[in-house]
Write a protein that binds this ligand. Structure first.
Ligand SMILES: *[C@@H]1O[C@H](CO)[C@@H](O)[C@H](O)[C@H]1NC(C)=O
Ligand SMILES: *[C@@H]1O[C@H](CO)[C@@H](O)[C@H](O)[C@H]1NC(C)=O
Ligand SMILES: *[C@@H]1O[C@H](CO)[C@@H](O)[C@H](O)[C@H]1NC(C)=O
Ligand SMILES: CC(=O)N[C@H]1CO[C@H](CO)[C@@H](O)[C@@H]1O
Length: 509
């Protein structure tokens, strides 16, 4: 099979880089001395390169099977069984795209961005910003992550993502630097650059016509908000493809996070299939949304106080019941248990809870734990020493959950936040892996009818099954609603332009 162990690939890349540097040094030596000795040296280096390349190929082949197809650039080949072609692909990956040629273009200036929000919102934003920089022919500075959001995670880009891979794998598209050149840095310190939030849901033409002239004038523009700044639809096909390429291939987590993720997946796999439940029933979610279904008096008070305490949670007076009936609340753990049973999910399946601390703790988890006794959390699977590194770094914790979610047999988010959307899209990309996108509005209505006894279990279960038959992450069109971008399907939840097998641009009307 063509699954590639990521560490192996990375080692090869490093080796290749070293070899290339060596070769370059060899050429210089040759020019200076022009002696046959240096030619000999050059020949030696070439020979070593071949040996190393071969070693890498062998390593890649033996290390197969272990990790998802993400590691391979030419993913479609991953679904073919032809191992000869696969091997060829690997040689190709090593010799070519591992270090794509730099794109040569006239640089129009520099773009700095500060992302806002949680990890997955930032992830999507990084993809948008790379694509925008590519289309404006500017140089992108490695994005700054949000350290002041609710999660207050001090992690930098390079604490979460493999920054060198990010820069190198995109160099055939756009130049990315870790920081501004010194001259421009001084300009920034003197406040001589332009800082602004771009208009939400803009077309690329906005960036070309409004932002590019500013970049040309000030040399550096700093975009200080990045959430949903690029429209979902109506963008050039190449731009849409680049958004995915960044998402699925240029952005990968640091080795440390990847390895821990791999370990969690392995521990789960040893015991059979597993479902990842993104149970977004955490204190911040409930305080922010005002959803208090099933909470006691003290809890409601606590959540309300918290909402009032945060100035950027602007909506203060919330009617939880109405909001829930509109499908705008995350499912509670109890509602989730009923839903999974109604969908016919095997009670013996392992359920990995991808979430922080569940609000209400054991009391609220009891029903789910009875319905699905094999509930696991990373705190159970891993040693405290493994997790200590992640403490107070919610984004790194979220990265771990992201990896486990990608690999699961079934992924079920209980709320349509950014994690749910980005993972859903990524799983489509990995071959339409099963993701159950719950119709919460419909569900809470059914659940209420079942709970008061006006619906039998059989009727309830079949209604739930029927309503979700079409919501399993299989191929479908992204919903487009001109002028109401907030209500249409999010680009990253169904990046259909990048899902080669089913995408046919001619039938897209
Ligand atoms: C970017 O560069 C390409 C090729 O170098 C050129 O065709 C294109 O017009 C440039 N775009 C902008 C916005 O400068
Ligand atoms: C972004 O920059 C503008 C202009 O400098 C400023 O008014 C605004 O408060 C900034 N927003 C954020 C989120 O920092
Ligand atoms: C994490 O934060 C808590 C509370 O802010 C603090 O008590 C703890 O020492 C921190 N842990 C680490 C590893 O920094
Ligand atoms: C892993 C990877 O790079 N996958 C693909 C991302 O999307 C673009 C557009 O479909 C493809 O060209 C890449 O191969």
């Amino acid at each position: 099979m063509c699954r590639v162990e990521r560490g192996g690939e990375r080692k090869c890349e490093v080796v290749l880089q070293k070899v290339m540097k060596g070769e370059r040094r060899g050429v210089v030596v040759e020019k200076v001395k022009s002696s046959s000795r240096s030619k000999m040296k050059l020949w030696m280096i070439r020979a070593t390169t071949s040996v190393l390349l071969w070693t890498c190929v062998v390593q890649l082949t033996t290390l197969g099977e272990m990790w998802g197809p993400r590691g391979l650039k030419g993913w479609p080949s991953c679904f073919s069984q032809d191992s000869a072609a696969v091997l060829q692909d690997k040689v190709h990956v090593l010799a070519g795209p591992a270090l794509p040629p730099k794109r040569v273009y006239k640089n129009n200036g520099y773009l700095m961005v500060s992302c806002n929000g949680g990890l997955n919102q930032m992830r999507a934003a990084i993809c948008d910003m790379v694509s925008i920089a590519r289309y404006l022919n500017v140089t992108l500075i490695v994005p700054e992550l949000d350290k002041t959001s609710f999660w207050a995670d001090p992690s930098e880009f390079q604490d979460i993502f493999d920054v060198d891979h990010f820069i190198i794998s995109l160099r055939d598209e756009v130049r990315i630097l870790k920081e501004l050149p010194p001259r421009l840095k001084r300009r920034m310190e003197l406040g001589m650059i332009r800082t602004m939030p771009p208009v939400s849901w803009s077309d690329i033409s906005y960036y070309r016509n409004q932002i590019l002239p500013l970049i040309q004038k000030y040399k550096v523009v700093h975009l200080n908000r990045t959430d949903s700044r690029l429209a979902n639809n109506g963008q050039p096909l190449e731009l849409q493809k680049l958004r995915c390429h960044v998402n699925f291939s240029a952005l990968r987590f640091t080795l440390q996070i990847e390895e821990l993720g791999k370990r969690v997946v392995k521990l789960l796999r040893q015991k059979g299939p597993f479902l990842v439940l993104h149970l977004r029933y955490e204190m911040d979610m409930l305080a922010f949304s005002g959803c208090t279904q099933g909470c006691n008096r003290e809890e409601v008070d606590e959540l309300t106080r918290m909402r009032y305490a945060y100035p950027w949670w602007k909506e203060k007076i919330i009617n939880s019941d109405l909001k829930r009936k509109d499908g705008l609340c995350p499912l509670t753990p109890e509602e989730t248990a009923l839903t999974l049973r109604a969908l016919g999910i095997d009670p013996n399946i392992q359920i990995y809870i991808a979430a922080g601390e569940i609000y209400g703790g054991e009391r609220r988890m009891a029903t789910l734990g009875t319905a699905y006794p094999k509930l696991v959390r990373k705190e159970i699977l891993l040693e405290p020493s493994d997790l200590r590194f992640f403490e107070n770094h919610s984004s790194q914790m979220a990265a771990l959950d992201y990896l486990v979610s990608l690999e699961s047999d079934i992924f079920v988010p209980t709320y349509d936040g950014n994690m749910a959307k980005v993972v859903e899209g990524h799983r489509r990309f990995l071959g339409f892996k099963k993701t159950i996108v719950l119709d919460r509005r419909f569900l809470v209505d059914l659940i209420d009818r079942y709970t008061i006894g006006s619906l039998s279990w059989v009727a309830f279960s079949s209604a739930v099954k029927e309503a979700h038959a079409d919501r399993m992450g299989s191929p479908r069109k992204r919903l487009v609603i001109p002028d109401r971008p907030k209500e249409e399907d999010y680009f990253y939840s169904n990046p259909e332009e990048c899902l080669e097998p089913s995408y046919d641009p001619l039938s897209g009307t």
